[in-house]
Design a binder for this molecule. Structure first.
Ligand SMILES: [Zn+2]
Length: 82
């Protein structure tokens, strides 16, 4: 399936579990944020770009990137790449 104008398809290599994730798992909260629904852990990811939409100008297919996964599909922004 092709990407839409601003989409990027990524073959995910790995997803990190950080201290925040461990805290949510062991304490059910961090500060005022209390986990109240099922939650997937891991939000620091790496992968290879496999497809680009026509409007994506700052990436190339084959580039290995790191990206945060704080939002659901079709709604996050890639802030860094290597
Ligand atoms: Zn984190």
């Amino acid at each position: 399936m092709p990407c839409t104008y601003a989409e990027v398809q990524i073959a995910v290599h790995s997803v990190g579990i950080c201290g925040s994730d461990v805290h949510y798992l062991t304490h059910g909260a961090i500060g005022d944020f209390i986990v109240s629904a099922p939650m997937l852990l891991g939000h620091e990811s790496s992968g290879t770009v496999t497809k680009l939409g026509e409007g994506v100008m700052n990436l190339k297919v084959g580039k290995v990137i790191i990206f945060p996964v704080f939002y659901t599909c079709h709604s996050f922004t890639i802030n860094a790449g290597y």
